[in-house]
Design a protein around this ligand. Sequence first.
Ligand SMILES: Cc1cc2nc3c(=O)[nH]c(=O)nc-3n(C[C@H](O)[C@H](O)[C@H](O)COP(=O)(O)OP(=O)(O)OC[C@H]3O[C@@H](n4cnc5c(N)ncnc54)[C@H](O)[C@@H]3O)c2cc1C
Length: 360
Amino acid sequence: MKIAIVGGGVFGLAAAWRLAIRGHAVEVLEADHIPARKAASRDISKAFRGGYGVATPEYAPGVARARELWRDLETQTGRAIYHETGCLQICTRFDPGDFEREGFEALRGMGWPVNWLETEEIAQRYPAFRLHEVVGAVMDSWGGWIDPMQALPALAEAAEALGGRVRTSRPVSHLGDVDADLVVVCAGAWLARVVPSLVSSVRTTRQHEAFYRPLSLGDCATLPAWSLDMGTEGWYGFPASFDGVVKVARHLPDVDGNPDGGREADAEQAGIVRAFVADRLPELAQAPDEGGTCFYTMSRDGSFLFDRAPGSDRVFIAGCGGGHAFKFGPMLGEWAADLVEGRPLPAGFGLRDKGSERVV
Ligand SMILES: Cc1cc2nc3c(=O)[nH]c(=O)nc-3n(C[C@H](O)[C@H](O)[C@H](O)COP(=O)(O)OP(=O)(O)OC[C@H]3O[C@@H](n4cnc5c(N)ncnc54)[C@H](O)[C@@H]3O)c2cc1C
């Protein structure tokens, strides 16, 4: 089967790899370069963790599958993609119903390597943090971060090694012009531009990220991937990148934005992140920082969207997952391949399922 994929972000390239493995003739049509300048997939790091609050039983198996597949991809391509630093989920509450508590209990029940750290132990192991009001942290030992600047070319290379083609500077304006038996639209924040009937099903939200460049890492040298009150405050961050950049960001589900807009920092958000860093990571606050904007693509309930495009026999859509899809990358490729091959997908990720809010 000849299958075209519109968009060369993590969804599109992972779909290309899996469809090529299954023997299809795949061609990715990417409007820009890979990674594209405005793509959500372009970044220095993406968090990898199994805990998803009450939704953990739904998501953690997919994270575990993605972990295996990222490792396979590393072996195949020789690229370093998945950095298993652990993911430290710091919290100021740990009661039943809280995001970290529900994730911890569910992961433990699944045999996932998670343990609870008391505040004194966090202070000893990770002295960069100021831990006032903190009651402890969940350490997810399989957690860490994915390097998108390695993961994206690796997915493209693996697809190409199987005969797939990855074309850049190929914007698709009309799906009817695409020469393929089937088309999978993985256009991220531009999904509804390519498939206009999705306009009321997806939206994009502006997100702020801060990049600190300390002259010396000091105590920040021991930072793992981390979050702080993820379910309520949404703070998260990463170890220093290979060139010494420390990223801190906040999950902001509700600020709508236009993905064609500039990527410059939002001054108000930059101020909020600086105040947080001064309070929680004071050593880092001394370093010069630079901010940037990125866009989450949200379905109505915040989770992935995999379906046939409304009214079409040959067009499929794969995307959304807002601020958390990257870690699943190669698993999303399996789902995309299952979708076009007519195999069943887990319930809850089609257009008709998007009625209620999901906790992610
Ligand atoms: C600030 C931020 C932080 C995040 N942090 C994390 C995290 O820590 N962990 C995690 O797991 N996930 C994270 N995510 C989520 C994750 O990055 C996204 O869910 C994922 O990258 C979306 O991938 P995509 O392929 O759908 O979209 P994109 O990466 O945006 O790719 C879509 C591609 O389609 C192309 N395109 C658009 N229109 C056309 C067209 N007409 N023709 C051809 N090509 C077209 C675009 O150029 C682009 O390359 C974060 C996202 C953001 C924005």
